[in-house]
Design a binder for this molecule. Sequence first.
Ligand SMILES: O=C[C@H](O)COP(=O)(O)O
Length: 241
Amino acid sequence: MRKIIIAGNWKMHKTQAEALEFLQIFKSKLEDTDDSREIVLCAPFTSLSIMSQILHGGQVRLGAQNIHWEKLGAYTGEISGSMLTELGVHYVIVGHSERRQYFSETDETANLRLLSAQRSGLTPILCVGESKSQRDAGETESVIINQIKRGMVDVDQNNIVIAYEPIWAIGTGATCEASEANRVVGLIRQQLNNKDVPIQYGGSVKADNIDELMQESEIDGVLVGGASLDPAGFARIANFK
Ligand SMILES: O=C[C@H](O)COP(=O)(O)O
């Protein structure tokens, strides 16, 4: 059975104090689930240590938002796999469209980061997705297939999560129709040797569309940006029926 992974990506939000306040409310509203559902919070590096002390061994796992491909070295502003695992981090987001847009991430550098995450014992969450102009030009399928093929060279498909995040749906309120998200997620699955890789949808996921999205057969979870910042709202998403 494929694992369900409900992940929040806080992006550049929340100080340590705000992260602690979030956890207090979030944990009180989170319902117990069986092991098939995993909840992940991808917090800024500055909050990972303190959050790890609170979440240790519990139902909620920690994720980071970046990882460098080298073990150590003169890479100002970057972070290594061992620095993350030492803090109890399990997941790391790679290839997010904001990294591609603002920080020159490419399929090739995303690939290096994926391999580094796996070498460190972390599970990478690879983000792929087309822009509005690519969708309008009928290029959705070719863009996604290229991102998967180039990004996943030599990657172990037994330890990866993929997130389909159409760029035009990120932070815009314009959610991709559940059936269309399901179609593209199915297309991604066709490209994989391991058909059990969890594949998430991301892009304007909220409490009021989570149940519909999670009813789709191919969608194995969600990667939530804005709506993961509110503890009660994100608990509702994590508690989807
Ligand atoms: O990583 C999360 C995505 O960028 C989705 O962000 P959003 O839920 O704010 O649209």
